[in-house]
Every structure is written in structure tokens, then in C-alpha cells.
Design a protein around this ligand. Structure first.
Ligand code: ATP
Length: 344
């Protein structure tokens, strides 16, 4: 029996109007920050979303929580449709989901104590009876590994790691069915990052937290995620069980990102990322596969044909004409001879 997804996303498009154009006669141009994304998240699962800067991770995360309007496509959260913008559905989404942001200090009100911040969430969401807030605040602080005595402090009197734990406690205060963490450890020291990752791992075990973890640090995502989705210019180019994706990537972009992960053991360190150049402008996507100008494996069909049809085998999807096992484990793959046959 397959578990029921708590979140289902079908062909989601989120776009922003480009500057210029519009009413004076010029045709309005749009940047497709999320360009036809489909994915599933099951209860208790952690989905990591990775990709270079500008690949659309944050826009996708915001759209999933109704914080960014979608242009087309469908998002279903726990059996309610949230993409048609119905107020009651959005209100339920807000009650049952939470976001943890990158910069812990600026995400907290500097004038409010930790206790007041958490109590406010409990009150607004009517999570505990009047008078029981202080006890629940202490519980929440303990849950994220903080001394309940910190409830009387303001953010300025906390370290970055402590602030991020408060941010996580605030997210947990609504007893969310889904938490989206967007680059929530990027601003922290490496040792504090490790502590926050361990905290998420504990929360998965203790309260069955369902988490979407957005990051460009693949090593962290590997440690935390059950499945991983790799984004490139608004699309998911590869998605599957974390170890399958990391040990045998099927898209050259994923392989290149993995090759760029710094190795702790210098003897095993691989040379720098082999991805050539910068990503193209999302306003002027190349024809064919959008990754082809940077891909060491590109064939003529990748340059001129339609964008690759996503493949799926063994629960592992990839949007490339290459069959599984084609990618060299070397970070500087040789150009492959021309492929024959239809792999799509
Ligand atoms: N409000 C906006 N208006 C116009 N363009 C936007 C807006 N927000 C994001 N974009 C553009 O959408 C694309 C995706 O941005 P997004 O921030 O989602 O990417 P990201 O993968 O989260 O990047 P990063 O890791 O740097 O946060 C980028 O080209 C970005 O410039």
C-alpha cells in the first residue's frame, strides 16, 4: 500500500512580469520562476529541494504555502485544493503549515521576548486554553533544545543558532502538518548548522514532522532528506530517493552539482564543479533542453528538439535523454558519442 501524499503539486507555474512592456503596446514578457513543477510529499517525509541560485526554489516554497500566487497548475494540501485561491482553503493552509526562514534574527520581532513571540502564535491559532500559554512555551523551547528560561529574553540576547531554534519553535507552535524551511541554516556557522540539522532529524523521529527543506547545500540535504528534487531554471530535472540520486544521478546537472560538494577527506576531494558558465536568463531560455549550453553530454536533439520528456523508473525521475548509468562518475565527464535510439 502506498502512503497518501499530504501535498500534491501538478504542473505548477508561477511567473513574474518582466520590467517594461505591457499597456503601451509592447507585449508583456514573463519570467517563469516555476515552470511546470509536479511533486508529491508524504506525511512524515522530508523532501529536499536543491538547485543553483535563481532556479526557483524559494518561489516554489512560497507558492506551496499560498504566499505567492500561481499562474496555472494545481496544489492540493491534505485533500484541499489551495491553488484556486479560495479564502477558506488558504486560511486552513496557513493554520496547518509553517515556514522557517533563512535569517533567524530578522524573522523575529526584536521588541518581543521569545515567550511573547511564541505566546502570540499560540493565542492567534487558539492552540492552548487561556492561561496555559507559558507551560506550552516552555514545552516548545524544550522541544527545540533550548532552556525554557530563555523565554524572557529578546532576540538580541540570543546567538544565531538560538534564534533559529526559536524560529523553529514558532513554526512548531501551530502544530503544522507541513513545515517548509527555506535556506534556514545558510546564515549559521557550520557547527550550529549541524545542531539544527540534528534537531530536524530528532523532530522527524519524535513528532513525525513533514518537511520540505530548501537549500543549495547538497551535503546538508543529503543528511536530512528522504527524497530530493533538483531544480534548474524553474523545472525539476531530477527527483527520487536521496541515496539513489546522490549515488547514481541520472541528469548531468545533478551529477555536476554533486561533484562540486566539498569533500572532507582531501585525498578523495574532486576538482571544482564542471558546470560550464552561468545559467541562461530565465527570460531568454534556449531552445531544446534549457541545460544544453552547459552540458558536457549535449547532443543535437538537446539543442533543437523539444524539452526532454521526464522519464521515471524505480521511483526515480529525470528529464534527460540519457538512460540511467550513462553519467561518468568523474566530475569532468568526457563528451559522449552521439546517442542513437529514443530514450524519452
Ligand atoms: N518578486 C519577484 N519579481 C520578479 N522576479 C522574481 C521575483 N522573485 C523571484 N524572481 C525571479 O525568479 C527566479 C527564481 O527566483 P528564486 O528566488 O525562487 O530562486 P532560488 O532558487 O530560491 O534562488 P536563491 O537560492 O538565490 O534564493 C529568479 O530569476 C528571480 O530573479
Amino acid at each position: 500500500m502506498t502512503a497518501r501524499p499530504i501535498l500534491e503539486v501538478d504542473d505548477l507555474v508561477v511567473r513574474f512580469a518582466a520590467p517594461g512592456g505591457g499597456p503601451l503596446g509592447l507585449e508583456r514578457r514573463y519570467l517563469q520562476a516555476v515552470n511546470g513543477v509536479s511533486l508529491r510529499v508524504e506525511a512524515g517525509e522530508t523532501l529536499g529541494i536543491v538547485g543553483e541560485s535563481g532556479s526557483g526554489k524559494s518561489t516554489l516554497g512560497r507558492a506551496l504555502l499560498g504566499l505567492e500566487a500561481s499562474h496555472s497548475g494545481h496544489v492540493t494540501f491534505d485533500d484541499i485544493s489551495v491553488s484556486d485561491g479560495r479564502r477558506d482553503a488558504l486560511a486552513r493552509l496557513r493554520r496547518e503549515t509553517a515556514m522557517v526562514f533563512q535569517d533567524p534574527a530578522s524573522a523575529l520581532n526584536p521588541k518581543m521576548t521569545v515567550g511573547a513571540t511564541l505566546s502570540e502564535v499560540l493565542r492567534v491559532h487558539r492552540k492552548v486554553p487561556r492561561g496555559a500559554e507559558a507551560a506550552r512555551v516552555a514545552e516548545l523551547l524544550s522541544l527545540v533544545g533550548l532552556d525554557p528560561a530563555l523565554a524572557s529574553r529578546r532576540p538580541a540576547a540570543l546567538s544565531g543558532g538560538q534564534c533559529q531554534r526559536v524560529g523553529i519553535a514558532r513554526a512548531l507552535a501551530v502544530e503544522p502538518k507541513l513545515v517548509i524551511a527555506d535556506e534556514c541554516v545558510a546564515a549559521l556557522d557550520v557547527s550550529i548548522q549541524g545542531q539544527i540539522i540534528n534537531l530536524f532529524l530528532d523532530l522527524k523521529e519524535e513528532i513525525g514532522l513533514t518537511l520540505i527543506f530548501i537549500a543549495h547545500d547538497l551535503a546538508i540535504v543529503r543528511r536530512l532528506s528522504d527524497r530530493v528534487a533538483v531544480m534548474y531554471l524553474g523545472r525539476i530535472v531530477e527527483e527520487g530517493p536521496t541515496e539513489a540520486v546522490f549515488s547514481a544521478p541520472r541528469h548531468p546537472y545533478t551529477a555536476a552539482l554533486i561533484a562540486a560538494i566539498p569533500e572532507i577527506d582531501p585525498d578523495r576531494a574532486l576538482p571544482a564543479a564542471p558546470i560550464a558558465g552561468e545559467p541562461p536568463s530565465p527570460l531568454a531560455l534556449p531552445p531544446g533542453c534549457a541545460f544544453h549550453p552547459r552540458c558536457a553530454y549535449a547532443q543535437d536533439v538537446c539543442r533543437t528538439g523539444p524539452p526532454p520528456v521526464p522519464n521515471r523508473a524505480d521511483g526515480h525521475g529525470w528529464a534527460c535523454i540519457l538512460p540511467p548509468g550513462s553519467l561518468s562518475p568523474s566530475p569532468l565527464p568526457p563528451r559522449l558519442p552521439a546517442l542513437t535510439g529514443d530514450f524519452a
